[in-house]
Design a protein. Structure first.
Length: 283
């Protein structure tokens, strides 16, 4: 998925201290802590998690197509106090804030050693002040924020109880920690904690699939007269595979289906947003 980029800000960061602390975490996992003076907003270099063409930050404000009424998108406020794990099993992300700005209160990235890929590592990124993420609007229907984390800038979309970060083209390398990692994927609840809600997720997934199918039909109705709509339909044909690729590593996904549910909801939001744009152009 491609995302809108914000112009880089000029504020620079000084690395106050950086150390690698050897610890026996699971299979000889190493952990390092990077102490940063906080982060000013800047443009991430990561590839977008959205498969659709990049749009302006305000593009999602267009009127929706007839018969498709997008609901209110989830907000950052709903994530306050939650501990999110990458793919429901590793790292740690804690976020607070509102629709204007988000604050990354805690960020731990798990990865592998640069010098020995068989060794696991984790990098705790801590600052005098929490890392600030700036709003990029709702280019794909969901609130998007961008954060400039030294050596690993990234963006994320806010879902219901989770956030989706794009896959990175290259790994984030923390040389002093001898660790390479990346934030790409679905950050959500511990996979094991979701098993008891499998039936509820299955019901919600069925509803999300119906909403997505309705949006797809509305896009198809415009495909003959709109090259953009035709491109979106072609892109939609690959969505199921993209969803499977993203969710394959989510802990116990085959049992609860949480990741597939959230990505289906995100895709529906994108389709409804594009329909709003098509209707605005046609009108």
């Amino acid at each position: 998925m491609n995302a809108t980029r914000l112009a880089p800000m000029t504020r620079r960061f000084r690395l106050l201290s950086c150390g690698l602390i050897a610890a026996a975490l699971a299979a000889s996992e190493a952990r390092a802590q990077l102490v940063l003076p906080g982060a000013a907003p800047a443009a991430p270099e990561a590839a977008s998690a959205s498969p659709a063409k990049a749009r302006s930050a305000g593009a999602s404000k267009g009127a929706s197509a007839k018969g498709v009424k997008p609901g209110a998108p989830p907000g950052v406020a709903g994530l306050a106090g939650r501990s999110l794990l990458l793919n429901g099993k590793s790292g740690l992300l804690q976020i607070s804030g509102d629709d204007k700005a988000a604050t990354i209160d805690k960020l731990q990235l798990a990865g592998e050693s640069v010098s020995d890929s068989s060794q696991r590592c984790a990098v705790d990124i801590v600052g005098e002040n929490p890392i600030q993420a700036t709003s990029a609007g709702r280019p794909d229907g969901l609130e998007r924020f961008e954060a400039d984390v030294p050596a690993c800038p990234f963006s994320f979309d806010v879902l219901d109880g989770a956030v989706l970060a794009p896959s990175q083209i290259t790994a984030c390398v923390f040389k002093a920690a001898d660790c390479q990692t990346g934030p790409g994927g679905l950050w959500g609840p511990d996979g094991a904690s979701l098993v008891g809600d499998a039936a509820k997720f299955a019901k919600e997934r069925a509803e999300a699939e119906k909403a997505m199918a309705k949006a797809v039909r509305a896009v198809q109705d415009r495909a003959a007269d709109s090259p953009e709509a035709a491109d979106l339909i072609r892109d939609q044909n690959g969505f199921a595979g993209q969803r499977d690729d993203t969710c394959r590593d989510y802990a116990k996904e085959s049992v609860h289906g949480y990741c597939a549910l959230r990505l289906t909801e995100a895709r529906t939001a994108l389709l409804e947003t594009r329909l709003g744009e098509f209707a605005a152009v046609a009108g």
